[in-house]
Design a protein around this ligand. Structure first.
Ligand SMILES: Cc1cc2nc3c(=O)[nH]c(=O)nc-3n(C[C@H](O)[C@H](O)[C@H](O)COP(=O)(O)O)c2cc1C
Length: 320
């Protein structure tokens, strides 16, 4: 039985402006994960970091995520988060980007299990907040995970969120459900499932296959169908009017936040990269949207989408 629904951190998409507007229109999640902050050894929270750090949205708490492989930097960041009023801090062990993993951070940290163990020993003995972890199954193959799980099992991780892919797979290809199943059985810490949940039917199928899963995290699926979490709670699907109002308000909010229409249009294009899948026959306008430059082109393609395309009751297609 699913008891908790988390909104995944999507860097560049589910930042503070998106979370504010999305939570007003749709909501339905129990917690919001803030895309990662990567502390440096200077130990400074930049104004950019700070403006992302909103404690809650629509009554649901937000959890900040830290990406580092240095215990001292993690501990410093956790202290800052405690001072700001957060009640948990999350460690990013999933990011597959080459620039990140080359520095041994994100999923790159999974390549150094002994260092990871030492890192945990230090942060769990000193941290001022509960620590949760968001991980992948390994670097190159899912068979790496049992050894990593042995390490995780030695520490009181508040929740182990598993994106059931390895680093090499980025966001593509099938998720490794067998490995997830074993992990669920063998984890001493609470587990949350993450990866490729796009529709109510997919979430229900996961619950049926893994009745012991009590928490799921959804990212792209909740941008592609903004009412997904609400529907999972028994609420209504998104209407065309609602989506028009949501995308308009989000565009306005981005303009106010960035003080620049160009930047706001770019952010909206990234939302539409997923949202277009909720519309029937969106391929042509999707292509136009991806190629478009500037706010005027954005506004005109958005209008065409709402004027021309029928709305689906769930999103379809690959979200990559
Ligand atoms: C554009 C984008 C940005 C992401 N940013 C983060 C991030 O900041 N921190 C993190 O842990 N995962 C990040 N992820 C991974 C997601 O949180 C999630 O694990 C992944 O998308 C799989 O879940 P989904 O299929 O429900 O989206 C990102 C993924 C995408 C596609």
């Amino acid at each position: 039985m699913m008891e908790r629904l988390d909104f995944a951190p999507l860097d560049g998409i589910t930042k503070v402006v998106f979370r504010r507007v999305w939570s007003q229109y749709f909501g339905g999640v129990d917690r919001y994960f803030i895309p990662f902050i990567s502390p440096t050894d200077q130990h400074i929270l930049t104004p950019r970091d700070r403006r992302e750090l909103e404690l809650s949205h629509g009554g649901a708490p937000a959890i900040p995520q830290i990406m580092t492989c240095r215990a001292a930097d993690f501990l410093w960041a956790a202290e800052q988060m405690a001072e700001l009023g957060f009640s948990e801090v999350n460690l990013n062990l999933g990011c597959p980007s080459g620039t990140v993993t080359a520095k041994g951070k994100g999923s790159g940290f999974l390549a150094k299990p002994e260092e990871l163990d030492r890192f945990f020993e230090e942060v769990f003995s000193k941290a001022v907040l509960p620590i949760s972890v968001k991980t992948r199954l390994g670097i190159a193959e899912a068979e790496e995970f049992p050894a990593l799980l042995d390490i995780y099992n030695r520490y009181p991780i508040a929740c182990l969120t598993i994106h059931a892919r390895v680093k090499k797979e980025k966001y593509r290809g099938p998720v490794h459900l067998e490995t997830f199943e074993q992990s669920l059985r063998n984890s001493r810490n609470p587990v949350c499932y993450n990866g490729d949940l796009r529709t109510v039917a997919e979430v229900r199928a996961l619950e049926e296959r893994f009745p012991d899963v009590t928490a799921v995290m959804i990212g792209r699926g909740a941008v592609a169908d903004p009412a997904l979490a609400r529907k999972l709670r028994g609420g209504p699907a998104a209407t065309r009017e609602e989506l028009m109002a949501f995308t308009e308000e989000l565009f306005q909010a981005y303009q106010a936040f960035y003080g620049q229409a160009d930047n706001a249009a770019q952010r909206m294009k990234e939302v539409w990269f997923y949202l277009i899948h909720l519309f029937e026959g969106g391929e042509r306008l999707d292509k136009q949207m991806r190629r478009s430059r500037g706010p005027a082109a954005y506004v005109s393609i958005r209008s065409a989408i709402f004027a021309e395309l029928p709305l689906r009751d769930h999103s379809e297609g690959n979200l990559i």
